[in-house]
Design a protein around this ligand. Structure first.
Ligand SMILES: *Cc1c(COP(=O)(O)O)cnc(C)c1O
Length: 226
């Protein structure tokens, strides 16, 4: 399947999920995750109408950005090591993986403009996943006030790899409640309106539960073996 056919199918599935949950599909941004694919394939996604690209590694991110001239928003979705902050922080439009104060500190030191961040939450409690524990998120975000370069625009999570719909739905719902809880505080440094959640195998449930940014790789652009 080519990217534009994949995109049409994904958009249709998002529209259905929105209908089921009385949401407006325009609230859902599709980020094409291009980490597995070539620049050519990423360009196909842009030609198909994609306006957001996501990469999870610094080198891949910088490479794609260097060769892709089209105007898109650039999302850094992977774990960011503090020592690599200076290489990418002024190049990205959105950071999805803010998960510790030491990273906030480094961003504050290196960024020359305001950085739109999602705080990454490990909602399933799996050892292998990055992100803060849900019960730590509120204090963490309160403390980010000390770092004026950081704007917390939302929360991000990776759900566990499972087909169990109840488990997935539970994770996404916890995220929405957490987001609402923080949004109610009306912090000027943390409007926290957005939810970055949902990947190829779970985006419909994520959308039903309130995702505003879905990060889709495999089922949109595919996976090329290198
Ligand atoms: C790879 C990746 C995705 C996309 O995964 P697919 O299952 O291929 O859709 C989304 N989010 C993050 C953080 C990723 O690393």
């Amino acid at each position: 399947m080519n990217v534009s056919e994949n995109l049409a199918e994904i958009q249709e599935r998002i529209a259905k999920a929105c209908e089921k949950s009385s949401r407006n599909p325009e609230e859902v941004n599709i980020i094409a995750v291009t980490k597995y694919v070539s620049v050519e394939r990423a360009r196909e996604a842009i030609q198909a109408g994609i306006r957001h690209l996501g990469e999870n590694r610094v080198d891949g991110f910088l490479h794609k950005q260097e060769v892709i001239q089209e105007h898109v928003d650039w999302h850094f979705i992977g774990t960011l090591q503090s020592r690599k902050v200076k290489k990418v922080i002024d190049q990205l439009d959105y950071l999805h993986s803010l998960d510790r104060l030491s990273l906030a500190k480094e961003i504050e030191k290196r960024a020359s403009k305001s950085v739109s961040c999602f705080v990454q939450v490990n909602v399933s409690g799996e050892e292998s996943k990055h992100g803060m524990k849900p019960q730590e998120v509120e204090n963490f975000i309160r403390d980010l006030k000390e770092y004026p370069s950081i704007q917390v625009i939302g929360l991000m999570t990776m759900a566990p790899y499972t087909d169990d719909e109840n488990v997935l739905r539970g994770c996404f719902r916890t995220m929405r409640e957490l987001r609402d809880q923080i949004r109610e505080k009306n912090y000027s440094h943390a409007p926290c309106n957005y939810l970055s959640m949902g990947m190829s195998n779970d985006f419909e449930i994520a959308v039903e539960e309130g995702a505003t940014h879905v990060r889709i790789g495999t089922s949109l652009v595919g996976k090329e073996t290198v």
